[in-house]
Design a protein. Sequence first.
Length: 263
Amino acid sequence: MVEREAGEPALADVRTRPAKPYAEKRRPSAWWLLAAPIVPFMRAVTTIRVRNREKLPATGPFILAPNHVSNIDPVVVAVAVWRLGRAPRFLAKASLFTIPVVGAAFRAVGQIPVERGGAARGAIPLAAAKRIIAEGQGVIVYPEGSLTRDPDLWPMRGKTGAARLALQLGLPVIPAAHWGSQGLMPVNTTKLRVRPRAHIEVVFGDPVDLSDLGRVADRAALNAATDRIMTAITGLLEELRGETAPTERWDPVKHGQTETGTF
């Protein structure tokens, strides 16, 4: 469970501020400063088609869990979420917050720092967790933790970060999948390829049912929740690709690969 200080309300007791559809996109805000150059640029170099728009909650807190095939994915997902009226908040490496300008921009738009190593690895700051609920915000978490290592770009074995947040905070997990971003930025590179024009499809799914797992994030519950989340994401990607995924998810450890960074 998420720890709290004496006298503080439990996360489940924090009241969610009533929100209005598209309230997160109201001007003025730091979001507009970021969206102003990014959205037109993406429109110029690619086509992003979004399916099942109604699956992304118009208001209230949620966890969005997409697949990860290219380094440009966060921009693709951010644009899709922004177009649907929600502010795209990610769990970001804590080290990024120490970079001049970048760190200030991340803090201005409410990105959430997460340690990726040491004793604090994967920890979510309590204040950030409360803010997600209290302000009715959404947060985007890549359950694979990094770019997929699967040679055919199917979702690989998931990590428990998204499941832990969902169980501890009682938030709905919205699975998502996209396909085509690897055409705009080839796998494991940071170079854009604007010709030929990439066509990217994004699809949202129904909330993953974790109701029978309760709110205790023990290892068994975390593994079960993670498996359900990855199954939902894989199913959506099968729909986009018109193909069937392997019956066993790729495990980087079994193939002698690193689980983070380049490969």
